[in-house]
Ligand binder design. Structure first.
Ligand SMILES: [Zn+2]
Length: 149
C-alpha cells in the first residue's frame, strides 16, 4: 500500500465546521463548490473517488463542473484538510485526516475507517524487532461482507 502524501495539520480536523475554519485560517476561499464537497465527504462514511463525488453532487441537482471537483479535491488534500488515499484505480477521498486504520472489503470494495489501538506489548515487540520508537501506525485490514458488488 502506498504512503499517503499530504501535509500534516497540527490538530486533526474533527468536524465539517473545523474543516471550514481551517480553510479560512489558511486563507483558502470557501466557494460554494468547495463547501458542497466538504459537506458531502463529512456525510459519507465511505471514501469516494472524484468521479463519485461529482456524480453524487450532480444527482443532488448541484451545479458543479468536473474540473472544479478535481481542482478542489487536489487543493483540499494538499493542505491536509481531507484524506487522500492513493489507490491503483485512482485517488479516493475521505473526511478524516487523523491516524486511523481501514477495513477494505474485498466483496463490496468499500473502505471503512476504524480507530483501533494495538496492545502495548505488540507495539513493543515491533520496536524491539526494528530498533525504532513507534510514533504512529495505520493498519490495512481486509475483510469480506458476503455481498459482492
Ligand atoms: Zn480513511
Amino acid at each position: 500500500m502506498k504512503q499517503q502524501s499530504q501535509t500534516r495539520v497540527e490538530k486533526p480536523i474533527q468536524s465539517l465546521q473545523e474543516a471550514l475554519d481551517y480553510c479560512r485560517k489558511l486563507g483558502m476561499r470557501i466557494s460554494q463548490q468547495r463547501q458542497l464537497i466538504l459537506e458531502l465527504l463529512w456525510r459519507s462514511p465511505e471514501h469516494l473517488s472524484a468521479r463519485e463525488i461529482y456524480n453524487r453532487l450532480n444527482q443532488q441537482g448541484k451545479q458543479i463542473c468536473q474540473t472544479s471537483v478535481y481542482q478542489n479535491l487536489a487543493a483540499l488534500s494538499q493542505h491536509g484538510i481531507i484524506e487522500c488515499l492513493e489507490r491503483s484505480e485512482g485517488n479516493l477521498y475521505g473526511s478524516f485526516t487523523d491516524s486511523h486504520s481501514h477495513v477494505n472489503c474485498l466483496d463490496s470494495e468499500q473502505i471503512f475507517n476504524v480507530w483501533v489501538q494495538l496492545p502495548n506489548s505488540l507495539v513493543e515487540k515491533v520496536e524491539q524487532q526494528t530498533n525504532t520508537k513507534i510514533v504512529d501506525y495505520r493498519i490495512e485490514f481486509y475483510g469480506l461482507c458476503g455481498k459482492s458488488s
